[in-house]
Structure formats: C-alpha cells, structure tokens
Write a protein of this length. Structure first.
Length: 242
C-alpha cells in the first residue's frame, strides 16, 4: 500500500452511496473497509475494489482462539488485501497465530499483507478499564503493554492516535508501523477528540493516516481528498529532510 496517500475509511451503509462516492475518483486509492461493509458485501466488494485498482485495508479486528484466527487470516490473506488487523487483547499467541495464517495465505511471489494490532479501543474509558476489564494499570500503561506484546508477536505495528505515534516510535523503533485515524484539517468537527492535521501526523512520524468523514462527508470529496493528500505529502517531504 502506497504510504504517500491517505487511506479513505469507506464507512458507508448503502452500496449505492459507496459507488456514487467512488465514481467521483479517477485514480487508484487506499481504502479501508470495516465490518459493516464487509459483512454485507463480503469478498465481492473486495474484488470489485481491487478490479478498480484500489488497495484495501480490511479492518475486521479479529479476536478469537489462536487456531480460529490463524485459519481466518489465511483465508483473508488469500483475498490479496494490503492490510489486516487483530485485537492485541487476544494475546501474544493469538497474534503469532494470525501472522502464521497470513504467511500461509499469501500467494507465491505476492506481498504479505501488513498485519496490525488494535491496542485499547479509543471508545474504552479509564473507568471501563478498571471496572469492566479489572485492569489496575493506567490506559497509557495498558496501551504500551499491548504494543509490546504486538512487537513480540512480530506484527508490523499498531493502530493508534496520531498524538501517540511519536512515543510509540521512540519505544518500539522506526520500523514499527503506526497507522492513525483521528485526522482532521481543523479541530472540533465531530466526535474525534484527539486529532491531528495530516501535516502534524506526518511530522509525528505516522506511517499511514486513515481519514473518513472529512472526505466522505465533504461537499466535494475529491477536492477534500486532494487537500488532505497534499498536506500529508508536504509533512512527509519535510520529515524526510531531517
Ligand atoms: O470519519 P473518521 O475520519 O473519524 O474515520 C476514522 C475511521 O477510523 C473510522 O472507520 C473509525 O472506525 C476508525 N477508527 C477510529 N479510531 C480508532 C480505530 C479506528 O476512528 N481508534
């Protein structure tokens, strides 16, 4: 997947809306499909997007016993998607199994999909961590610990906030990927609280940015995409100078 382009989160409920959106673009895109769309449209949608030249981050966040995740990942890797993910909460053995499954499912000569882990969901509050998960550690400690397990399982990186990316890179190394949603051109637009601009995200060392509503809900989605891409690339170029 070409890291110089943002990944567009295709969070559409209707296929017609999705097609109307995609038909406006004449270039190959990086796109993210979540479970809503995948469970409705399945492998057909993956194939259709690939036939249009788009690279896919299949955001299904697997979490089950290691054996089940291994074979599920093998099947998903066979579909030729570029990026897949699991919940780090499934444990190190499950993440290792996911990686083995992906390796088995990747065709001869094909590029292995990037495999990421989600640490703590951004929807989980510190109260839930304590009262529901019975975790006494702080949110930051828990996120750090789960990122460490991810690295030990030899996954490629984590999904995290653009504001956490720098610290994660410092702790886990430059090669450990950070894929970051919560990207906004201006602050305070919607429910995302801890946001960064594409430019700031690049300077923070994020490897990929995931952008949904600022593009999908824009009056002119192509113009919004180009503006976000330009900001991202400006930051990447500046980062490369240091
Ligand atoms: O519309 P928006 O730019 O907020 O979309 C961001 C995308 O990234 C959505 O698909 C959302 O589910 C996903 N995501 C997120 N925060 C996380 C993990 C995933 O916003 N921690």
């Amino acid at each position: 997947m070409d890291a110089s382009k943002p990944i567009i989160a295709l969070d559409f409920q209707e296929i017609d809306q999705l097609n109307e959106f995609l038909n406006q673009f004449s270039e190959p895109l990086n796109v993210k499909i979540g479970m809503e769309l995948y469970y409705t449209t399945g492998t057909q949608m993956v194939e259709a997007l690939q036939n249009r030249g788009h690279d896919i981050f299949l955001d299904l966040k697997l979490h089950d016993i290691p054996n089940t995740v291994k074979w599920a990942m093998k099947t998903l890797a066979k579909q030729g998607v570029a990026m897949l993910n699991v919940h780090a909460m499934g444990g190190q053995a499950m993440m290792e199994a996911a990686r083995q499954g992906i390796e088995k499912g990747t065709g001869e000569g094909a590029k292995r999909p990037v495999l990421l882990a989600v640490t703590q969901l951004t929807s989980t509050s510190p109260e839930q961590l304590k009262n529901e998960q019975l975790v006494e550690a702080t949110m930051a400690e828990s996120v750090n610990h789960l990122a460490k397990l991810t690295q030990q399982a030899q996954l490629d990186g984590v999904v995290c906030s653009p504001l956490e990316a720098k610290a994660i890179k410092e702790k886990f190394g430059e090669d450990f990927l950070t894929v970051t949603p919560g990207i906004r051109l201006t602050k305070g637009q919607d429910d995302q609280k801890r946001t960064a601009t594409p430019y700031e995200a690049a300077l923070n060392g994020c490897d990929y940015i995931v952008v949904g509503r600022p593009i999908t809900q824009a009056k002119d989605p192509v113009a919004a995409y180009q503006a976000i891409k330009a900001e991202w690339q400006k930051g990447l170029a500046e980062n490369a100078l240091f």
